[in-house]
Design a protein around this ligand. Sequence first.
Ligand code: TYD
Ligand code: ZN
Length: 413
Amino acid sequence: MNPCAPVSACRCCGGGRLESVLDMGDMPLANDFHNGEARPRFPLHLLVCQDCWHGQLSVAVPGEALFRHYAYLSGGSRTFRDHCRQLVAAALGLVSVPGGRPAVLDIACNDGTLLSLFRDAGCDVMGVEPARNLKRYTDRLGMPVVNAFWGTDAALALGRKFDVITAQNVLAHVPDPGDFLAGCAACLNAGGVVLVEFPYSLEMVTRNEFDTVYHEHLSYFSVNSFARLVGRSPFHIADVTRLSVHGGSLRFTLRKGPGPHTPAVGDLLQDEQDAGMFRLSTYREFRERVGASRTQFRALVAGLRAVGEKMIGYGASAKGVTMLNHFDVELDYVVDDTELKQGRLIPGRTIPVVGPEVLRREPGRLNIVVLAWNWLAEIRERVRSLRGDRDNLLLYVPGVYCCDLAPREGVTA
Ligand code: TYD
Ligand code: ZN
């Protein structure tokens, strides 16, 4: 495997004034589910650029190690499928292809969830995806998918152009986001749009979503930092929308050349200014709040263990892996509905991942840490349908708290 590449200049603006925000030391890869064998660890250190305030990791683990085999499936969540339906409607409202079927490219198309919705809407679809193990899902759906990492080389190799290009939760994963956008420009038809989505750094900082920091996420974009990147690309930002998915995300509409943008862009820049995103003290306060959550969560776990209570997790998310390792806690097991994760151990821990059927057999009350807190409503319903109302749900973002928890002696959250 290639060694990690340290970041030498800001991935958005090219500036060199990178400051430490949160150093978690050497950590396992968040999707490296294992069977007990020794696995590699890599530095997990969040920095922020003092010129454009782009958040970024100090080193890039090679994409070959992260994305050739991928355990995350887009279609696993109903909420996310609904979100994709809404994206399809928005995208098709932005282009007009007289007399023809819009050609759609989905970059990092994962299991083909979004592509199949575009196809159902009458589009001519194509995907690009580096994970080889996901091919069986897209094959099952009959999707044409090229196995590649995105950039100008992959774009030119496609040899065709598109009216709509979508890139959900992938731009933050790439070491050279400028080349990523250049690739989009190379295969976009005149009048076409690029729709890019990624988690919003303002949400991460203000809501203490420290666990969205893991090796796959090289970048933590704000409107300010993304605008700097786009300013160095062939595109302009035409629009931006805030989304609730993944703990709070942004969707940008990009069009080629210079052009106007909606007032939403200026409004969000003002929000960032108001939230203190352009000063270092905000990031220091974020680090302090994460430290306080760690202390509080460890005390909660110790308290529950002391009174002999079982503690499990729901949703073996990458975020949960960051939390369990950074907070250094063990759980009895983690339930996940994804078959690919079941029967294996949580990265960096010895916690087994099991299927939901285990919950049906559990007597008594459980303390369930919602590790995929971005799907809280869905997971709460899932637990209720499997077990009724008897359990306690525990959350650690934006702070440590219990929901559905009747106060009990000896345990404080
Ligand atoms: P997610 O938060 O989507 O992503 P990330 O890994 O990027 O942090 O991960 C959610 C995990 O939770 C995923 O492994 C699927 C699982 N899950 C369930 O098992 N059941 C559910 O009902 C939902 C919504 C998620
Ligand atoms: Zn910068």
